[in-house]
Design a protein around this ligand. Structure first.
Ligand code: 13P
Length: 248
């Protein structure tokens, strides 16, 4: 059995005051449950996470990382810097970065490598647009996105990633993939991982993201290949985020 993992993606939300309340609420409500939990916050708040979450059950991480190790790359944040702030995770290839910053499959793959090299767990996001789904291209799209990453990693490294299936049409729209729709894509991704490394197929967590809420989380995470969630909006309220963690 793979342990369940629930990760909050705060996106570009937060303030020191609001974060303090939200983080305290989450930590206070975390039971000794089976699910692991983490928050991926804007980079300026990583120190606040390190200060308030050290020693707690809640892990933290970032939302993006540079492909470069250091140097003249204004505005970029290196993976080693994220490690320096105690991050365990970093999201790479979120659809918002692909759409608004033109990130390619190859760049996303390089980011995953940079994260692994710094001892971080990359959460590799894949997912199709509505047009791609309607054209019957869902599997082709997600297989291509994941294969760019798999090509750069050896079998042992593949086992250290997390994959997140986030259908673009379900993000922030209130439209969720049905459990059956999501499971179908998760099973496809798992067989792709298995083809690369049997162990990776068994070990790698595949999270679902896209309007996951307290009222649909249990049913989604009950699917055989859905190992947790990557949560946007509902991660900004402690009660909702905790309800999803408890549903895992
Ligand atoms: P929502 O949960 O707000 O749909 O966002 C999902 C997401 O993009 C998480 O990375």
């Amino acid at each position: 059995m793979r342990p369940k993992l629930v990760v909050g993606n705060w996106k570009m939300n937060g303030s020191r005051a609001n974060n303090a309340t939200l983080l305290a609420g989450i930590v206070e409500g975390l039971g000794q449950g089976k699910a692991q939990a983490a928050v991926c916050v804007p980079a300026p708040y990583l120190q606040q996470c390190a200060d308030t979450l050290a020693g707690s059950e809640l892990a933290w991480g970032a939302q993006d990382v540079s492909i470069h190790a250091s140097g003249a790359y204004t505005g970029e944040v290196a993976a080693s810097m994220l490690s320096d702030f105690g991050c365990r995770y970093v999201i790479v290839g979120h659809s918002e970065r692909r759409a608004y910053h033109g990130e390619t499959d190859q760049q996303v793959a390089q980011k995953a490598v940079a994260a692994l090299n710094a001892g971080l767990t990359p959460i590799v996001c894949v997912g199709e647009t509505l047009d791609q789904r309607e054209a019957g291209q869902t599997n082709v799209v997600v297989n291509k996105q994941l294969s760019a990453v798999l090509e750069l990693l050896d079998g042992a490294a593949v086992q250290r990633i997390v994959v997140a299936y986030e259908p673009v049409w379900a993000i922030g729209t209130g439209k969720t993939a049905t459990p059956a729709m999501a499971q179908e894509v998760h099973a496809e991704l798992r067989s792709q991982l298995r083809a690369r490394s049997l162990d990776a197929g068994e070990k790698v967590a595949i999270l679902y993201g896209g309007s996951m809420k307290p009222d649909n989380a249990a049913e989604l995470m009950a699917q055989a290949d859905i190992d947790g969630g990557l949560i946007g909006g509902a991660a900004l309220k402690a009660a909702d985020f905790l309800a999803i963690i408890n549903a895992a």
